[in-house]
Design a binder for this molecule. Sequence first.
Ligand SMILES: Nc1ncnc2c1ncn2[C@@H]1O[C@H](COP(=O)(O)OP(=O)(O)OP(=O)(O)O)[C@@H](O)[C@H]1O
Ligand SMILES: [Mg+2]
Length: 272
Amino acid sequence: MTVTEPQSTGHQVGEKVVLEANGVTMRFGGLTAVDDVSMKVHEGEIVGLIGPNGAGKTTFFNCLTGMYIPTEGRVELNGQTLPPKPLKVVKAGMARTFQNIRLFANMTALENVMVGRYCRTSSMALTSILRGPKFRREEEATRVRAQELLDYVGLARSTELLARNMPYGDQRRLEIARALATDPQLLLLDEPTAGMNPKETEETMHLIRKIRDSGLAVVVIEHDMRFIFNLCDRVLCLVRGALLVEGTPGEVQSDHRVIEAYIGGDDEEESA
Ligand SMILES: Nc1ncnc2c1ncn2[C@@H]1O[C@H](COP(=O)(O)OP(=O)(O)OP(=O)(O)O)[C@@H](O)[C@H]1O
Ligand SMILES: [Mg+2]
């Protein structure tokens, strides 16, 4: 994979490969939801994953993050093969958000972010039972970091709100803050602007660029093509589980196979 040209923002994608997925296949009975998909993500890179509904995008994320054990294939983070266990994947440095928001609805925004942080503290272990000084110090540091992250994603004033009472767009931002609390090197976002208005979508684009500029690599699934083509260094299009096209936003945008995949104008259907 060649190094991507610098974008208009002036940033340069690194040569170091953060994530490498090789021949990932996921079958559910007779259905091949992900079909031999390979993907590399470099340091400082934003990669877009597009494709029609049911193309296998979320299933591919689930394979990368250990939620599913792929039927075939291998996933490496920084050259280390990842065990297909979500907590181990998070500890290795990969965090994600979900297409269907998965917050702790009855916890505050701050508490939701603190939960993300616990994978980096010993607070879930014996110290939390004994509640000694080490626990209190860690808990305070976790609280401070969680508040910093709320500020970072633009939720400075939502600290004490219950997640379920927050507007939809803010819940999506809160999921990003919780993911960042795990100190990832790679962030996977599954439809981060779904349900957002144009202003929120624009803000989310800025937030993702800011996250990239802080040193993370990002993979983002979205149906909003303007968002994807403006934001990403490279775009992959999945169709029926398989990788159809990969290239720069310009290349993918103008590829007739991508357009056909979205409007359903392939040979099979044309002849039907
Ligand atoms: N746990 C599962 N068991 C059986 N089939 C599944 C499972 N998860 C996903 N699928 C199927 O795999 C295919 C791919 O689904 P997936 O959710 O990955 O698509 P997607 O590209 O994320 O679509 P969307 O854009 O609608 O979110 C679909 O046919 C779906 O029904
Ligand atoms: Mg999906």
